[in-house]
Design a protein around this ligand. Sequence first.
Ligand code: GLN
Length: 281
Amino acid sequence: MNINILIQKGAKILRNKFIKSAQLDSEILMAKVLERDRKYVILNSDKVVHQNHLSDFKKLIKERSNRKPIAQIIKKKFFWNSEFLINKYTLIPRPDTELIVESALKFSKNRNELNILDIGVGSGCILLSILKERKKFYGTGIDISRDCLNITKLNAINLNLSSRLRLYKSNVDKFNIGKYDLIVSNPPYIDKLNLRYLEKDVVGFEPRQALYGGLDGLSEIRKVIKKSSELIKKNGKLILEIGFDQKNRVIKILKKKGFYINSTQKDLAKNDRCIVCTKIT
Ligand code: GLN
């Protein structure tokens, strides 16, 4: 059987499982099996697929039809300007989170040697994307998961950024090293009710630790704001990702801790998703 026929068969299986991106997913999985990119499989659709590859492809289609996210199957995800390794311990980088990178780059255009802290660094996608664009900035990443820190480290090596990065395994409450010009964080913020409505791809496969923010979704955000207010330099910036219905509640917490709200940003679905603020008192 040739590449195209197999891709169509794979896509059909996924479509029957109501996976919306069936065609795309099938193409990506074929590319993975052949160790090529998607362009190759599209341009060589009439090439015959070897028997060994056939069973590999079937296996991957099966995994996807059980809702395992594509990024976890191929173990990587493109974010901002780079490809990041991911695993089952890291949240899969989302386009929404690029708002943090965009906001950080905007405010730091003419700045030199900023010290940045990423609380809950995960795969490293936010911090490393900023460091890659600002050659004189230094980054510190903390996470409670050693598995995440290992992945961040690999990503830093791949992007040639490890000399400007320090990583610590730590709880947000317990971390007390350094003072920062910029703090970024995409903390877990899904509340108990909304956790039940997440798609199976997310809730069944991504780390609960990176998603669940307690009963009201704000318990980790509160800790991040408290810790940031202690570790941030005067006039330093905090850029936070938040849940779609948390803007007003988070602004209230921020003001109480001495932050001035510079702006809030909406994601592609027009939900409030990112807050930029400055520590003024
Ligand atoms: N935006 C993610 C989702 O809705 C959640 C990320 C997070 O909790 N930080 O799946």
